[in-house]
Design a protein around this ligand. Sequence first.
Ligand SMILES: [Ca+2]
Ligand SMILES: [Ca+2]
Ligand SMILES: [Ca+2]
Ligand SMILES: [Ca+2]
Length: 382
Amino acid sequence: MSCKTSRLGINSGQAKEKRLGIEVISLEKAQMESRQSRRAFVVLGLMILTISSFGAVASWRSVPTTSKAPALTTGTPPVMPAAAPAKEFVYAGSALLATSESFREPPDDIAVWRPGTGGEASTWYILNSQQQTISYQFGVGTDTPITRDFDGDGKTDFCVYRASAGQWHIVKSSDNTYYAVTFGTINTDVPAAADYDGDGKADIAVFRPSDNGWYITQSSNNANTSQFFGATGDTPEAADFDGDGKSDLTVWRDSAASFYVKKSTDDLTTGYSIGQTGDKPVIGDYDGDGRADSAARRPSDGTWRILNSSTNTLDTVAWGEASDIAVQGRYTDSGDSDAKTDVAVWRPATGVWYIRRSTDGSLRAVQWGQSGDIPVPAPYRR
Ligand SMILES: [Ca+2]
Ligand SMILES: [Ca+2]
Ligand SMILES: [Ca+2]
Ligand SMILES: [Ca+2]
């Protein structure tokens, strides 16, 4: 560890981890528990491969086909144990009706996605807020995992985007049914699913670098829309900056070290300059006011710059090493249950999550995942 790391408190945090007995949960346990069900899920993965091979090759201009897969008689996902709702969430059955907080989203679970190799299915490994472990096999290694709530029940659905076919494969959390949608130009579009129409359900969407087009299927009426926003080289980063519940078209322009946001409330464009070229976007709601904050992380020194939407003030936080992956999210434990996004990194070499509790800036370290995994924190709430 470099002295820089020590200064960041991560080295001392690891020492604390042993001394104070902070949770360090091994994936091995989860893997053992899931070994039985894995065999069944491999069958599911193979079925998905088969289904995908029949998928129509289409550009976005085609009407997206929403095809119900045949009933899965083998490898049907088991009904996951329902997590006890936290007191701040109001449910009707599995549908999330309301929260008592301005921030709409439930807290994030720690999770990784392990790409399948040699034709095997990929696997989600989730550590939920009750410290239970859940594994779920879905997709293939070349897919891109997507963490969105397409059926609007307040739980992230298992979803992968298959760039080689422009296909979305989704298992709805509300009823465990699978469906696939072809929407996106093969290998060039960037998946950009978010809730643009504000009905509480994520909309299937892609960003097209060649024309800076945002192609969206609105979940509220199934209509296809397109808007053009951004410039060559921009990265799509949709988020809700004005807090109206609708994701705003947003791009990160590295050359200008700026976010550009087309706010859904007035369609006006706002630019947020932050950091410098080479920084990486790490949007979140760090002050918990229900509006996204522009933020960027500098990989070279692990410094986060966060522009709080509530006060328009800049926070600078040193957290993590160059090789870490930013995994900012709204994590909860006994020491932190507020509505604010926590600064956090995941270290691929060790699989350790270093979460900076928003309540007091203290470290929470959790070992979850291994090198080669992709961190996919989200409110799975299984
Ligand atoms: Ca869902
Ligand atoms: Ca929607
Ligand atoms: Ca908005
Ligand atoms: Ca905010």
